[in-house]
Design a protein around this ligand. Sequence first.
Ligand code: GRF
Length: 209
Amino acid sequence: MGSRKRIVVFASGGGSNFTQIQKAVEADKINADIVLLISNNPKAGAVKYASDHGIAVKIINGKRFPDPISYQDAFHEFIYPHEPDLLLLAGFMKLIPDSVVSKYNRKILNIHPALLPMFGGKGFYGMNVHRAVHAAGVKISGPTVHFVNEEYDAGPIIAQQAVPITVDDTPESIAAKVLVQEHKLYPEVVSAFCEDRIVWINNNAYIKD
Ligand code: GRF
């Protein structure tokens, strides 16, 4: 196993995925430390959780950085000193600037609450995803963890977990079932990344045992 990795997390909301990953770090199931949380929302649950657990927090939003250049620069200024090995999007509702995506190529992960490449892309976030899944009548959904590239939800897929959908399901019940699996899948993939167990074959990413 290589050296202990350094992780920066991005979250806008309650941060239940962030919390699960942090717990896995504390339990030594992930060979890493979370060194910084970036949020656009100072009132996010994720911000409170990070502060309560001694994790540095930086806020980047259009209010603090109204000029697009200073907004983009803020990402680099805040991230760079931490020398991260991995950036994790965990319910971050803003686009990561392209310059950050290219600088940290193959080092940014996202979790999406449906089986990509279906039900992804612009507009597919939060309950919109689960409503679309329910309306389509598909019989499985589930989380996808993928690398981030310049296009929404289109980077190389690393892992997915199927969740069955039955006649009694509603968008809300699908969201709840998928979230349970998100909390298992994301820490597993982060753990694999931090143990250098992601392999690339023809630009597709796989986890090796
Ligand atoms: C999750 O459903 C995740 O798939 C999506 O945003 C949501 C974040 O939830 N990208 P939480 O803030 O981690 O609870």
